[in-house]
Ligand binder design. Structure first.
Ligand code: MF3
Ligand code: CO
Length: 249
């Protein structure tokens, strides 16, 4: 079920989302060669706690950490471990927080040191595809408008869009209806309306779109071993307009 938010719900989502954005900014600064995934998880945990929030991923269906860290060919849901970043890696970080029962959720892919031009292009195209999706959001728009816009940008840049994992509604739960696919047809699907909030989160692969779930039951990699990027924001349709709540300051 999608929660229709009132001013109080949106205010709480805004607080959760601001803390998520603060974590993303801190991770952007901290993620450099020599740093481990566990180091980043600890940094995130401290900021979420100091911000008066709780981490939404920890314990979610048994998930064992505060954030997801997904390097290189890992698409999403990588579990922080001792992996040490090296120059030329890319790293997707995904962060969720709860404030007084309301959620914020966002992700970024970070280049570590110097990455080849084609890899920088993958990251840029993924972020631009998310922004194209966000531009579609307004009361009366349809879910298919978002997916079509995301897909056009990502595929137009020569990359492929992951099908098995999609965006979602957000509010009192991290994952609410409706699903927000990163592909589809404009004019199709449910209509958005005021009071809703959604996460738009394209996962874009350099090679084939197919995925593979690893034996830990969480880590999702590209089937062909190619690199993958992931961007996500929490976006609300409030009475005063569309608000991207997890933008970094
Ligand atoms: N942030 C992810 C999403 O956007 C969910 C993370 S899964 C968890 O849907 F298990 F880590 F919580
Ligand atoms: Co999400």
């Amino acid at each position: 079920m999608i929660t229709i938010k009132d001013a109080d719900g949106f205010a709480k989502m805004r607080t959760a989302s601001r803390v998520v954005a603060e974590v993303l900014t801190a991770l952007r600064k901290a993620a450099e060669p020599g740093v481990t995934m566990n180091d980043l998880d600890q940094i995130a945990a401290a900021i979420i706690r100091d911000g008066g929030c709780t981490p939404s991923f920890l314990g979610y269906h048994g998930y064992p950490a505060t954030i997801c860290t997904s390097p290189n060919n890992v698409i999403v849901h990588g579990i922080p471990d001792g992996y040490t970043l090296k120059d030329g890696d890319i790293l997707s970080v995904d962060v969720g927080a709860i404030f007084e029962g309301y959620h914020g959720d966002a992700a970024r892919t970070l280049p570590i040191g110097d990455v080849p031009d084609e890899v920088a292009k993958l990251i840029r195209a993924t972020e631009e595809s998310m922004e194209a999706g966000i531009e579609q959001v307004k009361a009366g728009a349809r879910i298919g408008d978002i997916g079509a816009a995301v897909q056009q940008v990502a595929e137009g840049a020569g990359f492929s869009v992951v099908r098995e994992y999609v965006g979602h509604g957000i509010g009192k739960q991290m994952h609410e209806e409706p699903q927000i696919p990163n592909y589809g047809e404009a004019g199709k699907g449910m209509k958005l309306k005021e009071g809703m909030a959604i996460c738009i989160e394209p996962m874009v692969n350099m090679g084939d779109w197919r995925t593979e779930l690893q034996d830990d039951g969480w880590t999702v990699t590209t089937a062909d071993g190619s690199l993958s990027a992931h961007f996500e924001n929490t976006i609300a349709i409030t009475p005063s307009g569309v608000e991207v709540m997890t933008r970094e300051g």
